[in-house]
Design a protein around this ligand. Structure first.
Ligand SMILES: [Zn+2]
Length: 67
């Protein structure tokens, strides 16, 4: 389960998509204007955080300084 935080580049409408897998092109449609220019801002995954085999999306943002 994942939430895709999307934003329409045509009208600026922001919306979320709840999908059980990957976001398909069919999901990248603005519910407001029907625009197809959708920017993916953020993705939140639910469930266990698995690592390995690819770039992990569970790593927290790097905060603080070094040293
Ligand atoms: Zn739109």
């Amino acid at each position: 389960m994942a939430i895709y935080d999307l934003k329409c580049d045509e009208c600026g409408h922001q919306f979320e998509k709840y999908v059980s897998g990957f976001l398909s092109e069919d999901d990248k449609v603005c519910p407001e204007c029907g625009g197809l220019r959708i920017s993916q801002k953020f993705t939140s995954f639910f469930g266990s955080c698995t690592t390995g085999g690819g770039s992990g999306g569970c790593a927290p943002p790097a905060t603080g300084g070094f040293g």
